[in-house]
Structures are given as C-alpha cells and as structure tokens.
Design a protein around this ligand. Structure first.
Ligand code: TXA
Ligand code: MG
Length: 328
C-alpha cells in the first residue's frame, strides 16, 4: 500500500464525523477516539480496507480485530448472543467491554478481520465521537488500537499522529480518552472467560454474571495458540526496559510511581511521573500509556515501575505492564 498518504487531522464534530463516514465508505482508514484508547477504523465488510489496516499497523494478519457497532441491533446482525451474553451486553454496553460470540449466518464482517475464526469480537463504544462516526457510517467498523503494532496504545490524537501519520487517511481529534486501557474481552463460551483484562473490572462483570470468570487455560507466555490471539507476551512495549515492582530507583532510571513515592534513589531519577498520587486505579489506568510514552521519550536507562494492586483496573494495568516488561 501507499505509505505516503496525506493524513488529515480534524477536530471532532459533525463535519469530522461525516468526513470519517465518507472515508470509511471509500475504503479508507480513520483514527477516532473511543473511551478506552484511540482506534484505527476500517469498514468491517471491506477486505481490501482491512488489508490496508493491517499493513498500516504492521500487524500480523493472524491477529483478529474487534467489530465496533452503534447499538445492540447492529451487534446481533453480526454475532449470536445467548442469555448470558445478552445480560452482559445489557449491563455494560455501550462501554469498555468486548464480547466474543459465535458469528451469525451471513455475518458481514470480512474473514480477514476474524482471522478465519467462527467467532467474532464485538464492542459498542460509549464515546460520543465514536458513536457519531458509527451512526454516520451505518455499518460495522473494525478498529484495533491506533498505534504501530507492539507500541504503547494511543490515548491522545498526538500519539496516533506520531505512530501513523502518512499511513492513514484521517485522524479525528476528540481530546484525551477517559479510561486509558483497552476494553475488557470476555469469551462467551460454556464458561465465560476473561480473555483480556481491561477497562471494565473483573469484579463488576462477575457481580452481573453471578459466577467467577474463567481464565484462559493456556500458559500465558505460550504465544503459539493464544485464545485472544492478540495477547502476545511482548506487547505495549516502550523502547526502554521496564522494571516492575521497583522499591528503589537506580541512577539514570525513570520512575513510574503509584501512590506516595518516597523511594531510595528518587533524587537521581532521570524523570518521575505518578500514575495517581491518591492511589486511584481508574486515574492510573487513564494515565498509564501516556506516561509510558512521555518517560520513554526522555531516553532513560530503564523505566522502574512501583507495584500496583491487582484489583479493579489494577488487573489490566499490571497485565499491560508485564507485557511492556518482557525483554525483546
Ligand atoms: O478498547 C479496545 O478494545 C480498543 C478500541 C479501539 O476499541 N481496541 C483494541 O483492539 O484494543 P485490538 O485489535 O488492539 O485488540 C483486539 C483483541 C486482540 O487481542 C484479539 O486477539 C482479540 O481482540 N480478538 C479479536 N477477535 C477475537 C476472537 N474472535 N476471539 C478471541 N479474541 C479475539
Ligand atoms: Mg492494540
């Protein structure tokens, strides 16, 4: 594909939504804000557009995409919802939840986007700009995070621009996102399964289901047959090494802090950012990817990260940090 596109950046609004819909209909690639992270959208029914999307991201083509739709009626044209899936959809959509369900007969999502699986991942985003674009376009839009494959996900239009400028047609700038980590993915199988922790906490989902969520059986570090095939061990990677559960700071390291930060060596840190001084996990999730980018840009020897509690959105934050810490 052409990698020297003129990438247009428009502030969110009616004109931008209409331009986005026209661009999608013409097979183009549009980055837009959702409440979790910025997505890079293509017409879910257009295999050529999806091929361009994979190329623009440098994404392995075995990695399937999430189909975004405006409402439950549109979701049910794509996927089959049993009682439990419906219960989750009704409780949490629109919102930061993706459901993996069996495809309908005649599912309009291109095979290329589902990587040949007989299931499809579906999400109804809550962000008003995403909603406006989906309604203006009318069809389903597949959208991975709008970053080069393996990079930290974008939470600002400027992050999208720095990764994908010249590779995509349009960026709709809706300001900073609210949640800051990707959607939680639930596989609506026999036993509902947490395929990816994300912007909706396990606790809230289990409270609605009334049963604990199963974990994927495969060893998480085994990338050969992951259940959510995009969950490769090394992902969300900044350039600098990431050191987890830091209790001190070595000279030249940057510190990604959480809560009160009085660590030995702090005064020699290359840079310090605090995900949430108050220890609020939702605030920490919203800051995570942007702070990783900012610290990384300072070129530290490594990024030391303080321990984050494994509860609420802490499960998703720790999941992303572990992937960022995998040596490459
Ligand atoms: O918050 C989000 O989910 C963002 C915004 C843009 O909506 N999107 C996002 O997409 O994170 P992406 O492509 O980065 O992640 C999609 C994940 C991958 O891990 C992929 O393997 C998984 O969804 N997935 C897609 N279809 C699947 C399926 N049929 N079965 C299991 N996992 C699936
Ligand atoms: Mg991604």
């Amino acid at each position: 594909m052409k990698m020297d596109l003129e990438t247009l950046i428009l502030p969110a609004g009616q004109a931008a939504s209409e331009a986005a819909a026209r661009t999608l209909a013409a097979g183009g690639l549009v980055a837009f804000p959702t409440e979790t992270v910025y997505g890079l959208g293509a017409d879910a029914a257009n295999a050529t557009a999806i091929a361009h999307l994979y190329a623009a991201k440098g994404r392995p083509a075995f990695n399937p995409l999430i189909a975004h739709v405006a409402d439950l009626a549109a979701a049910r044209r794509i996927g089959r919802f049993d009682a439990r899936a419906l219960k989750l959809a009704e409780a949490f959509w629109p919102g930061p939840l993706t459901l993996v369900v069996p495809k309908t007969e005649g599912c309009p999502v291109a095979e290329l986007a589902t990587a040949g699986l007989d299931t499809v991942a579906i999400r109804i985003p809550a962000h008003p700009v995403a909603q406006a674009i989906l309604r203006a376009f009318g069809g389903a839009v597949v959208a991975p995070s709008a970053n080069i494959s393996g990079h930290v996900s974008p939470t600002l239009a400027a992050h999208v621009e720095s990764d994908l400028s010249g590779r995509i047609d349009l960026i709709v700038d809706g300001g900073p996102v609210e949640v800051g980590v990707e959607s939680t993915i639930i596989g609506c199988f026999e036993a509902p399964m947490l395929l990816r922790p994300g912007g909706l906490s396990r606790e809230r989902i289990e409270a609605v289901l009334g049963v604990p969520l199963a974990r994927p059986p495969a060893d998480e570090s085994d990338d050969s047959q992951p259940l959510a095939p995009g969950m490769l061990a090394s992902h969300y990677a900044p350039r600098a090494c990431v050191r987890l559960n830091a209790r001190d700071v070595s000279p030249g390291e940057a510190l990604l802090a959480f809560g009160p930060a009085r660590l030995p060596g702090l005064e020699a840190a290359a840079a310090v950012m605090n995900l949430s001084r108050a220890g609020d996990l939702d605030e920490a999730a919203a800051n995570l990817f942007g702070y990783l980018r900012t610290l990384d840009a300072k070129g530290p020897r490594a990024i030391a990260v303080m321990a984050i509690p494994e509860e609420g959105l802490g499960e998703a934050i720790n999941d992303r940090l572990r992937r960022a810490a995998v040596a490459r």
